[in-house]
Design a binder for this molecule. Structure first.
Ligand SMILES: [Zn+2]
Length: 177
């Protein structure tokens, strides 16, 4: 992938400042993000990422919950069954900091294995899958040089989940301890 020199300079600055845990300059970020937001570039970045790494994923059927079944049920109930099927599975490691993730490059939903437990209520797992499913159909928004993953539209859509607030509270309680 060939990027213009000015973009490479911006990227170098960003990587260096990350290395030293400082904030890159606004110009460097703007420049790099403008480049990244070019759809043609995005596609190539996604392709490169796709070939570079295959996502490590455990099968959807866990010990307590079957993610594929949950996906199908939620797709039918909230998305008219119109969401294109994606790979879904449990994370290899039971992370408590990243509970779910949607990877658009691989079209993969990963849910943390720490949730595949009898102590976790079904609605919590369903909510997390629902959240990641929304990432499939609600695009990122751009505000200046920032990418807004959870936009206002996203939060509004999330409220369609039954007992949204209660589920969020339960989730917080479980993972703050
Ligand atoms: Zn999210």
């Amino acid at each position: 992938m060939e990027a213009p020199p000015i973009v490479l300079e911006a990227l170098a600055e960003i990587l260096l400042t990350q290395l030293f845990r400082r904030r890159p300059s606004e110009e460097a970020r703007e420049c790099y993000m403008a480049y990244i937001f070019d759809p043609a570039v995005r596609r190539r970045v996604d392709e490169a990422r796709r070939t570079r790494s295959r996502v490590r994923l455990l099968p959807a059927r866990g010990c307590h919950f079957d993610l594929a079944e949950i996906f199908a049920r939620l797709n039918h109930r909230f998305f008219n069954g119109e969401l294109s099927p994606c790979r879904i599975g449990w994370s290899a490691r039971p992370s408590r900091s990243v509970l779910g993730r949607y990877d658009p490059a691989h079209h993969v939903i990963m849910i943390s294995r720490c949730l595949d437990s009898e102590s976790i209520p079904l609605e919590i797992v369903e909510y997390l899958v629902f959240h990641e499913m929304l990432h499939i159909c609600i695009p990122l928004e751009r505000r200046g040089s920032r990418r807004v993953v959870h936009s206002r539209a996203f939060h509004e859509a999330e409220k369609a989940f039954p007992n949204y607030r209660r589920v969020r509270e339960r989730l917080k309680k479980i993972f703050s301890s």
